[in-house]
Design a protein around this ligand. Structure first.
Ligand code: FEO
Ligand code: CA
Ligand code: CA
Length: 626
């Protein structure tokens, strides 16, 4: 494969092309699974109201009418296929910050619609491909911490590069356009704007100096030539979803870190190479220009990425901390809640076909005003096991349960999960916890391999449980309620909040659940967050062709779900080509900040290059949004 052919692929497509899974060839087993799937669909029962119900074709008219008149403060909108943003009547939007926009006055005017940003200004502007983000307040200032997940080299590099860097300067440009941005915003009229030169403004990139903590820090697995102590890694990469600690710091989640490494010589031989999809050619050819990314020179460097990293936005001089105790995998986001006894609980998904859902529980407890030392470095990592009877349990990953040393469990968490028999999932993306009751939701975005191919560790991916659809192209949202209403409990009950589908064109499970209608169809749920009123906001990253089995779904979108009634209504549609990812609110709740990643066309400027951007959405009547 010529790496140059991959620059237009999504990360997921890139991984699949580079490391295809063996096809399942046991035809009888596939058929058997399809049969058990039908049995499961007939048996789904809700444990609460508002659950997905798999009914006959007579589902769309009544539920659609309920969504129109239901519990939402807005009139749901239709699909779109254009290159614009659409929001409901009575709402307005405009960009807050776009790729290449100056954070400091020295970079003002640096962005050009024809050539982008010069390399010397690339760490003084907003990065590309916005993703997870959170809002903070510090001494009366309002701050946003925002992930820039990856770069599109074709629009960042000179045209003659053909999408691959030719020299160290171009590598530096790509590195600088990714990572995390902290920026201050201030009210301006009815909306917000970036405060140029705020002392809080900061870029954190692939080169920023960090520290590691937790049981794997300093272990042989994470030592390199450049950092023989294994305590001081550089950089955070492929920053996907986010989280906010209860004590007001930012959690950035390192997802497809595997694609940044390659080799100019021999490939290292260790179990993690295959399971984590690390290949001989890095997506951006960093290994040709920087030994840190060259596996023949630094075989342990990939072991220092794929973590949840904590950043204090209120202190621009703070050193980010990589928390090994929360495990190493393709972290989507990190949703923090608290157990009844005060321990810290973090829910996390590993976004890969057939990988697992995780929970971390601290040993120590916390209350407002108390020290936070050790809360994210001293605890236990668990994986989820879902049973077909709608119960489930968290399985502890310990030396006793896995036969692995603790540092191996944390660096090779996927292998530890396999050892205890965790449930292989349909690509766990964001997890969101309901602020009004003890329950949490995980977007299982899609999994074309479900029931057909094992995961990279050879674990089977049978149809069943919360992954009930073979060759699942639409996705679903699972939710669970911990036993006794305590997120610290080791057992839970689960159901499906929604199975995306096409009630008009789909057959059987492909119709979707009863709360999917002709008026709210979507595929591939991904980003999720709860507003303070207990509504679940759902963002999509799926097929926006509006053709074939995706006809009637239009561009990627943001919907709102009511956990109590199960109703789902479309709130926003993105420009064609974009996914919607990242959502946070202003402190007064009157503005929603929404990420628009990899737009097509020339959005939002109308000419020149497409620019990923965070937009702001507010109500014309000035009320809180939602
Ligand atoms: Fe970066 Fe799984 O989304
Ligand atoms: Ca995502
Ligand atoms: Ca996705």
């Amino acid at each position: 494969m010529d790496i140059r052919d991959t620059v237009d692929l999504s990360w997921d497509e890139f991984d699949e092309l580079r490391d295809p899974r063996p096809a399942e060839n046991d035809f009888d087993r596939v058929v058997e699974r399809a049969m058990s799937r039908r049995g499961f669909l007939g048996a789904v029962l809700a444990f609460g109201s508002g659950a997905a119900v798999f009914g006959s074709g007579l589902m769309s008219s009544t539920t659609a009418a309920r969504a129109q008149a239901g519990s939402f403060k807005f009139a749901p909108i239709g699909i779109a296929t254009d290159h614009e943003i659409h929001v409901p009547e009575g709402y307005r939007w405009k960009p807050l910050v776009k790729w290449g926009q100056a954070l400091f006055s020295e970079a003002e005017g640096a962005y050009s619609a024809e050539t982008g940003v010069p390399v010397e200004m690339s760490d003084k502007v907003f990065g590309e491909n916005t993703d997870g983000m959170e809002t903070f307040e510090a001494d009366g200032h309002v701050l946003l911490a925002i992930n820039s997940e990856y770069v599109n080299p074709k629009i960042n590099l000179p045209a003659d590069s053909e999408g691959m860097p030719k020299n160290a300067g171009e590598v530096a440009m790509l590195k600088n356009m990714q990572g995390v941005t902290v920026l201050e915003i201030a009210p301006q009229g009815e909306s917000w704007e970036v405060v140029i030169d705020s002392p809080y403004n900061r870029r954190i990139t692939h080169e920023t100096q960090m520290v590691m903590d937790g049981p794997a820090a300093g272990s042989d697995l994470v030592r390199t030539n450049a950092d023989p102590e294994g305590m001081n890694p550089k950089g955070t990469m492929n920053n996907c979803g986010s989280g906010k600690t209860l004590w007001g710091t930012y959690l950035t989640c390192e997802e497809n870190f595997n694609g940044y490494f390659g080799t100019t010589g021999e490939m290292p031989q260790n179990e993690g190479i295959k399971r984590y999809g690390i290949g001989a050619e890095g997506r951006y050819a960093y290994e040709k220009f920087d030994a840190r990314y060259d596996l023949s020179k630094e075989p342990n460097e990939p072991h220092r990425h794929g973590f949840v990293t904590e950043i204090d936005p209120a202190d621009p001089d703070s050193t980010p901390v990589k928390h090994t105790a929360l495990g190493r995998f393709k972290h989507e986001n990190a949703e923090m809640v608290q157990a009844a006894d005060g321990r810290i609980v973090v829910y996390m998904g590993d976004d890969e076909r057939g990988e697992f859902m995780y929970r971390y529980v601290s040993n120590g407890t916390w209350a407002e005003g108390q020290p936070t030392d050790g809360l994210l470095s001293d605890g236990t990592l668990y994986v989820a096991k879902f049973n077909d009877d709608q119960t489930g349990e968290w399985l502890a990953l310990t030396p006793e349960t896995t036969g692995m040393a603790l540092e191996e469990i944390l660096v090779f968490s996927r292998m530890a999960g396999s050892k205890v028999g965790a449930t292989t999932m349909d690509r766990p993306e964001w997890i969101a916890a309901n602020p009004l009751k003890p329950e949490a939701y995980c977007a299982l975005t899609n999994n074309k391999n479900r029931g057909l191919k094992p995961n990279a560790g050879g674990d089977e991916t049978p149809v069943g449980g919360p992954n009930p659809r073979e060759a699942n192209n639409y996705g679903q949202i699972v939710r669970w309620q911990p036993a006794g209403g305590d997120h610290g409990a080791d057992t839970f009950a689960w159901d499906l909040f929604v199975m995306a589908g096409n009630p008009e064109a789909g057959e059987g499970a492909y119709k979707g659940s009863e709360n999917v209608t002709a008026g709210n169809m979507f595929n591939s749920p991904d980003g999720m967050a709860f507003s303070s009123d207990g509504m679940l906001w759902i963002q999509t990253d799926g097929d926006d062709s509006n053709e074939g089995e995706f006809a009637g779904m239009g561009n990627n979108q943001m919907l709102v779900g009511n956990p109590e009634t199960g109703e789902i209504a479309r709130f926003l549609t993105a420009p064609n080509g974009a996914e919607v990812t990242g959502l946070t609110w202003s402190p007064d709740g009157k503005t929603a900040f929404v990420g628009i990643q990899h737009p097509g066309g020339a959005w939002p400027d109308g000419a020149g290059k497409p620019r990923s951007a965070v937009i702001q959405v507010w109500r014309e009547d000035g009320d809180v949004i939602g």
